[in-house]
Design a protein around this ligand. Structure first.
Ligand code: AHG
Ligand code: MN
Ligand code: MN
Length: 350
């Protein structure tokens, strides 16, 4: 007998705790997880089945797609469109909302996902993953349009990711804490290996792409200058840095041993509003991090409080250990006050 509860048992027991539950949500989760097992298998076989490399096409963000970006997106669509639990889907790899084909029944949920996060890492065998967020479809809408997906992160019903690394991990929240599972390849089931994940409030580890330093706002420059100065600077202790270039892997590291992750906005034309996407990267990861006791900010507000105005909206995101995120927020507030006090309009008024 193997140790640990299977994911199937876990979600059925969760469902039993809600007597009025119809089981629709449980079946939807199960279908998502099956799709991710299929993606995991393709990622794992990689070059052996000729799925690595560029597809030579561009997505709506103007990014060159990898073959695996397209394959993962198709796996998600095909595994979920027939299920009867969804009213529509949206993904990083599709410009428009994906309607459920008319031959299938529809359900009350909306699914948004990043089919393969960190796909620049596919050729180098570094961890990548699938990120998803489940929203409720507004009442009486059976063919949802873009506007119906534009809900703030606080309205998420569920958020999760599957990390394809040395092991395949599923991490999930429905607003009652965060649980982590590991895929047992022999039996094809996820096993609960990390119940009730919590992250420490303080940390000495940060993740940011340092090559963008010259483009950052002064608040981010100040924060990073101070942590890099370590025990010789105002923080009085040394910090450590990591950058995987897969947000999903960075968030997983933070859940396992603490830390913070930052992708701030900067003054490059395509990063003015941030680099990561609100609906299928920043929101689900923020939900997970907050549920594990961490915080997530744009520098100026809580990520999950932002009302999206477009499907592929980008946003600055800094998340992880509460103490450091609080400090980053404070540095932004101080910077904004200073900028305001230097404004010629303000000086005239005085
Ligand atoms: P995706 O592969 O879905 O486009 O996302 C990659 C994202 C994120 O996971 C990662 O943190 C970031 O892009 C890396 O960006 P840089 O290449 O600018 O470091
Ligand atoms: Mn991504
Ligand atoms: Mn992606």
């Amino acid at each position: 007998m193997r140790k640990g509860m299977t994911f199937t048992r876990f979600i059925i027991e969760e469902q039993r705790r809600i007597p009025e539950s119809t089981g629709e949500f449980t079946l939807l989760l199960s279908a998502i997880v099956t799709a991710c097992k299929e993606i995991s298998d393709d990622v794992n076989r990689g070059q052996l089945i000729n799925v690595l490399g560029s597809a030579e096409t561009e997505n709506v963000q103007g990014e060159t797609q990898k073959k695996l970006d397209i394959i993962s997106n198709d796996i998600m669509l095909r595994a979920l469109e027939w299920s009867g639990h969804l009213a529509g889907m949206a993904s990083e790899e599709m410009e428009e909302v994906y309607p459920i084909p008319s031959k299938y029944p529809t359900g009350k949920y909306l699914l948004v996902f990043d089919p393969l996060d960190g796909s620049s890492n596919t050729e180098v065998n570094v961890s990548i993953g699938t990120i998803f967020s489940i929203l409720r479809c507004p009442e009486n809408i059976s063919a949802p349009r873009e506007e119906h997906f534009l809900q703030p992160g606080v309205r998420q019903v569920c958020a999760g990711y599957v990390l394809y690394g040395p092991a395949t991990n599923l991490v999930l929240t429905t607003g009652q804490g965060v649980n982590g599972f590991t895929l047992d390849q022999d039996i094809g089931e996820f096993i609960l290996t990390h119940p009730k994940l919590k992250i420490p409030e303080s940390t000495s580890e940060f993740a940011i792409n340092m090559s963008n330093q010259r483009h950052w706002e002064p608040a981010v420059k100040r924060y990073i200058d101070e942590v890099v100065a370590g025990s010789d600077g105002p923080r009085g202790r040394d910090f450590n840095t990591r950058w995987v270039a897969s947000m999903v892997a960075e968030v997983h590291r933070i859940l396992m041993r603490g830390g913070i992750f930052m992708y701030p906005r900067d003054n490059r034309e395509n990063v003015k509003e941030g680099r990561l996407r609100l609906l299928y990267e920043a929101n689900p990861m923020s939900f997970i991090i907050e549920q594990a006791g961490g915080a997530s900010t744009t520098g100026r507000e809580r990520v999950m409080g932002v009302c999206p105005d477009k499907l592929h909206q980008r946003i600055p995101v800094m998340l992880g250990a509460k103490e450091e995120i609080g400090r980053i927020d404070r540095y932004h507030t101080e910077m904004d006050k200073e900028i305001e006090s230097e404004s010629p309009f303000r000086q005239e008024a005085n």
